[in-house]
Design a protein around this ligand. Sequence first.
Ligand SMILES: Cc1cc2nc3c(=O)[nH]c(=O)nc-3n(C[C@H](O)[C@H](O)[C@H](O)COP(=O)(O)OP(=O)(O)OC[C@H]3O[C@@H](n4cnc5c(N)ncnc54)[C@H](O)[C@@H]3O)c2cc1C
Length: 456
Amino acid sequence: MNGFLKGALVVGGGAAGVALLRRTLFPGPRRRYEAWERMPYKDFPNKVLVVGGGFAGYNAVARLCRLARDRDDVGVMLVSRENYFTFWPMLASVIGGDVETKNVAQPLRRTLIRLGASFRRAELEGVDTERQVVKAAGKEFPYDHLVLSLGAEPAYFGIPGVEEYAISIKGIGAGEEICDRVVERYEATTLAGGDVPDSKLTFVIIGGGATGVEVAAELHNLLRELLVPDFPNIPPDRPQIVLIDANKEVLKELDPALRRVAQMRLHDLRIKVINNAKAKEVKSDRVILTDGREITSENVIWTAGARASKKLDDLPFPHHERKGLTLDRYMRVEGYDNVWGIGDCAATIEEDGTPVPPNAQAAVQEGETVARNILAAIDGEELEPFRYQSLGQLVELGSEFAVNEVMGVKFSGQLAAIFWRMTYLYKLESPNSRVRIAADWLLDLFYDPPVTQIRR
Ligand SMILES: Cc1cc2nc3c(=O)[nH]c(=O)nc-3n(C[C@H](O)[C@H](O)[C@H](O)COP(=O)(O)OP(=O)(O)OC[C@H]3O[C@@H](n4cnc5c(N)ncnc54)[C@H](O)[C@@H]3O)c2cc1C
């Protein structure tokens, strides 16, 4: 890594340290009472229940608590499947060892309890709109206002074999699962003295959006850099990475010039990109494309589609299978005054009816607007329509290169990679993760992260 990048990362680490010190010394205004002095959630006259604590739900709860800090009539509870939320933009970095899974998990309890919300780790089972209760983990949680923020999950479009044979980004463990698969193949290849079919060492990523491109670049880092000294019997050029994309160019959501830069970078990393191609079937040892081509591989990673949470099918609310809950422009679920939908499980629309893209920025903004709207509804005031403000897009291709578009400014390369890191470091919720990740990045300048496979 060159001196410029090292210097910039050291400065970045320093900046993160200063930010942490500032937060520690000046933690912001204190609450009027401690969390345990509050009355129980069920006794508040206005109970706001948020189900799903990801980007959208977490921000809705945090904003509500801040706005209602001086009010004793609004109680807030978050019910979520896990007691952390997954900081998805950093998940791919786990594959190349830049970030540890535990730092991608952003704790929900600590901040929210301090802010005055209640938290229950429970999986949603159903909603009784007559009695205004949510059923989760065999219990009932009452609400006056309900916010659904259940996120999305992979969509397989009925393609045979994908669910069975491909690894998909379903949860926080996906980064480690991919890394473990690579190490498993490498250990087996070494044990067999290299006498394994090429399909064992060919890694196919289906989907050329931001996630697919980031996964491919991280795999390059793992296969062609980190593992090379550990597996001297495997020629570094033998493992192959193939990225299959249905579009003419990868990253179709980006500006055309940036797309081409990304395509060139993938070429430099010796990642084979197959454009204008769709998977027809995935088998245990190959991917068959719709044009009849076959790629032999026993390691397929699926990043080609997402849909709103399937849990919506069990709830009594109008929704589109892929896009999610049907909303009005204030984010109320159609036909309900006190049920709201935000994030990837909701088909959010702008004031003029334009669909809002399912991404983290939108989810955060929706969480903040729904908080204001719920308080407005409680107070009988006018609601504000949702207005999405896109701040841009950042895509990292390995730790030393990114393609970014920020408020219309396009840039790529090392500087863009530093910008990517600083932005997401800043956006992490947990100061603890922020410092640990910054420290890991600094350490990586001097030592390659060890790659092991913990078999359970
Ligand atoms: C690998 C990956 C990388 C990404 N990178 C970027 C990026 O770089 N930039 C960007 O803007 N966007 C990115 N995104 C998209 C972004 O992360 C999502 O748009 C965002 O997380 C949506 O927020 P959400 O709150 O709707 O869903 P989530 O953040 O997924 O949260 C959903 C929450 O609901 C909970 N939940 C789900 N079902 C239940 C249930 N039945 N009961 C209780 N709780 C439940 C989950 O545990 C979770 O906490 C990425 C997504 C992925 C998968």
